[in-house]
Ligand binder design. Structure first.
Ligand code: PLP
Length: 396
């Protein structure tokens, strides 16, 4: 009676959601204080003060035309500010015409994928991945091709990407800093990827776009460099969001920035603007377009996230767990001491620790720990992690 494919997918519903529901159950039994819920990437911090002050300013202002329909790509002054910011950041000349304001990265990805893909065309997705990519590719009638990253570092396995490229490959999605690993792809690794993409494009006579999903570029520790995709890849489309950098996930605001170096970029911009309308987004929320445009250089307090990362990473590795140290985001991706990551999550839940199995990210044998939570909860959880480690004789 309804969409068969979606009805069937409900039975395999998101592991993240399942853990969230398990958390609610455990909290009822053991009390809020005694459950250590690391399942959701929903920032615990409030937006920076500057963001709230700017919002108040616009809410109280007498400025007219703040709440009307507008060009589907967004307010011209907002797009201009984002373009100036992206030019400064990337060193690539970006104009307002290269920017579309969107309802968060989720909307941006849907608009970009549907703009690029003809039915059946392939998109390379690097595992572990943000699971929604698969649905977004399906929404655009495309076909995901999963390529594993290197297990020792989670960097891109460029040889594996090369083998996966066919004449139907239209794009590759990159997400650095990465959810769930926290890894930032190095410049060297990305340049290697560029060589592979160019080689295959020449060989096959095709165009392969780099879709760079970048909600975490402001959440970076120890002054690590996040290489600018626009400067590395000619055919790159950056999608940014203020959900994590400004702790505004409920407000649904972000932007698409297509490189001015893409051949026929004007047509691409028209296609994307049209799709922003016809996919039903119409335009990004008007008030929040104005708010973020005045706060492009602002971000949440990264030091508080770093403190949480260090606390968890240092403790977990000390008690014998194996983790590639995350350079950004608010996630740790920990190797499970047994092969079955879902079973490991069940054992962890016995100690009231809620984790998401790596299988949910296309990478069994790991779990994701989202530490965008209260630091008190993290401190209280350490003892429970030690008990969990005790079940597996990790230090022997
Ligand atoms: N991409 C990645 C890698 C994410 O982790 C998320 C959200 O968690 C999104 C996209 C979607 O973000 P938004 O809230 O901007 O739609």
């Amino acid at each position: 009676m309804f969409n068969e494919k979606i009805v069937q997918s409900l039975s395999k519903s998101s592991m993240i959601r399942a853990m969230f529901e398990e958390g609610a159950r455990l909290k009822k039994i053991h009390g809020e204080e005694n459950v250590y819920d690391f399942s959701l990437g929903n920032p615990e911090v409030e937006p920076p003060k500057e963001v709230i002050d700017t919002l108040k300013k616009y809410v109280n202002s007498d400025e007219t035309d703040l709440h009307k329909y507008m060009n589907n790509a967004g307010f011209p002054d907002v797009r201009e500010k984002v373009a100036t910011y992206m030019t400064k950041k990337s060193g690539v000349d970006i104009s307002a015409e290269n920017i579309i304001m969107v309802c968060g990265a989720a909307a941006g990805l849907n608009v970009v994928l549907k703009s690029l893909l003809n039915p059946g065309e392939e998109v390379i997705v690097l595992a572990p991945y943000f699971v929604e990519y698969l649905s977004y590719i399906d929404n655009a009638s495309g076909k995901p091709v999963i390529v594993n990253t290197r297990k020792d570092t989670f960097e891109i396995d460029t040889a594996a990407v090369e083998s996966a490229i066919t004449k139907n490959t239209k794009a590759i999605i990159l997400n650095s800093p990465n959810n769930p690993t926290g890894v930032i792809y190095s410049r060297e690794n990305l340049e290697e990827l560029r060589e592979v993409l160019e080689k295959k494009e020449n060989e096959l006579g095709t165009n392969i776009f780099v879709i760079s999903d970048e909600p975490y570029t402001s959440l970076v520790y120890d002054g690590e460099e996040v290489p600018e995709m626009l400067s590395i890849f000619e055919k790159s489309i950056v999608i940014n969001s203020f959900s994590k950098s400004h702790a505004l996930p409920g407000e649904r605001i972000g932007y698409i920035c297509a490189s001015s170096r893409i051949p026929q970029v004007d047509t691409l911009m028209s296609v994307m603007t049209t799709l922003n309308r016809t996919l039903g987004f119409v335009n990004a929320p008007s008030l929040f377009q104005k708010v973020v445009a005045d706060n492009l250089e602002v971000a949440v307090d990264i030091e508080s996230y770093k403190k949480k990362r260090d606390l968890l990473y240092n403790h977990l590795t000390k008690i014998g767990f194996s983790i590639v140290k995350p350079q950004g985001t608010f996630y740790l991706f920990m190797k499970t001491p047994i092969e079955d990551d879902k079973e490991f999550c069940k054992v962890a839940a016995k100690y009231n620790i809620l984790l998401v199995p790596g299988s949910g990210f296309g990478c069994p044998g790991y779990v994701r720990i989202a530490y965008c939570t209260d630091i008190g909860m993290i401190e209280r959880s350490l003892q429970a992690f030690t008990k969990l480690a005790g079940e597996f004789d990790l230090l022997v």
